[in-house]
Design a protein around this ligand. Structure first.
Ligand SMILES: *Cc1c(COP(=O)(O)O)cnc(C)c1O
Length: 372
């Protein structure tokens, strides 16, 4: 049996009539850039988050660095984040011209270890970018507390966690800006690149809106900016899919439950859900504890299961790091390195068939039995 890693095409087939119509509707409006379809989607997205503003941009990467820029962060400033994340989190800091300061993650959730943040704060520190890795929120309440105490800004990298929430907080309410990605393989994805900044701060929303459109909020009037708009075609497709995201994430949780209950007695370290948090399982990541990660990955791949690793090379382990950019690791990052060395992502998308889930479980169990 072949088990794929992504469900894009199945999802498209399930929604074909609606998505095709959304595309045709945009084509017929003749308004393809910052048109009414984008405006409608931004409104729906802000409502979905229960926040005041959503501004569509070209990608999740741009969402992070345009938010940084709109918040006035640039050369001379330091931004604290983690190194076991998609490369773009740190890249965005460097694009903004700031220095990335990496702290370790906490091994249960693989999210930023909040007890390590304060040691990394210097007089130059301006912001923290917690990453809601794999679909579970970082401990925003504790992060917001530290940020308030030291007068720091917080930008949530929510590329993997749309529709997640904490025990006492929702995404966005404890930060200055939230960055989202709609690239095809994210929980809410469009066939292409897209992203958004969600915020309650009017100055940030207006700042990003200006920066994404050549520094222009008014026709023919410009200050310095870029071209990073979310186009109306993608907005139209995302508008259709936004209606289903909660339901899809519930299905991801169901699949995660099946994996967890089947694998709980193996030597694998399984995803840990913080009490009261809604984990939306962008990825279901197990970690080997016998040092045989590559072997597990090869075994699954050889058996037709398209398992992957997120992320096998942490940012500071990339060749050439830091490419002349400003970067610093404070206090060591052993947990992040352990995560990079042992992680395996099992197939996880709402359109998985039961027999694919069962087959994946069967093969993982078979490997675990042979590799205690
Ligand atoms: C996907 C992702 C991004 C970047 O999003 P793009 O839309 O690909 O630019 C940033 N951070 C994390 C954690 C991601 O998973």
């Amino acid at each position: 049996m072949q088990v794929g890693f992504y469900g894009h095409v199945r999802q498209y087939h399930n929604l074909k009539a609606e998505i095709d119509k959304a595309i045709m509707d945009v084509l017929e409006t003749g308004s393809y850039i910052t048109g009414p379809t984008l405006e409608r989607f931004e409104h729906e997205l802000a409502q979905f988050f229960g926040m005041k503003y959503a501004v569509g941009v070209n990608s999740g990467t741009d969402a992070i660095w345009l938010a940084l820029m709109a918040l006035g962060i640039g050369p001379g400033d330091e931004v604290i984040t983690v190194t076991n994340t998609f490369f773009a989190t740190a890249e965005a800091i460097w694009i903004a011209g700031a220095k990335a300061v990496f702290v370790d993650t906490e091994p249960k959730t693989n999210n930023i270890d909040v007890t390590k943040i304060e040691a990394a704060i210097s007089p130059r520190t301006k912001a923290i970018i917690p990453v809601h890795l794999y679909g579970q929120c970082a401990e925003m309440d504790k992060i917001a507390h530290i940020a308030r105490k030291h007068n720091l800004l917080v930008i949530e990298d929510c590329a993997q966690a749309i529709d997640a929430h904490g025990d006492t907080f929702k995404v966005g309410e404890l930060s200055d800006a939230v960055a989202i990605s709609f690239i095809a393989h994210k929980n809410l994805g469009t066939p292409g690149d897209a992203g958004a900044v969600v915020t309650n701060r009017e100055d940030v929303a207006m700042g990003v809106k200006r920066l994404r459109n050549h520094g222009s909020l008014k026709r023919s009037v410009h200050s310095f900016g870029f071209n990073s708009r979310l186009d109306d075609l993608h907005a139209g497709i995302l508008s259709v899919k936004l209606k289903y995201i909660h339901e899809w994430n519930n299905r991801r949780q169901q699949i995660a439950k099946m994996y967890t209950s089947a694998l709980k007695d193996t030597s694998l370290k399984l995803p840990y859900e913080l009490p009261g948090y809604r984990h939306v399982y962008h990825l279901y990541v197990v970690e080997t504890t016998n040092g045989k990660r590559d072997d597990l990955l090869n075994f699954l791949n050889k058996n037709g299961i398209d398992a992957k690793c997120h992320y096998p090379i942490a940012i500071h382990q990339q060749e050439g790091f830091p490419w002349g950019k400003e970067a610093q690791i404070v206090g060591g990052v052993p947990n992040s390195e352990w995560n990079a060395a042992n992680c395996v992502s099992l197939p996880m998308f709402p359109e998985l068939y039961q027999e694919e889930i069962d087959y994946t479980i069967e093969k993982v169990l078979e490997w675990c039995k042979a590799n205690p």
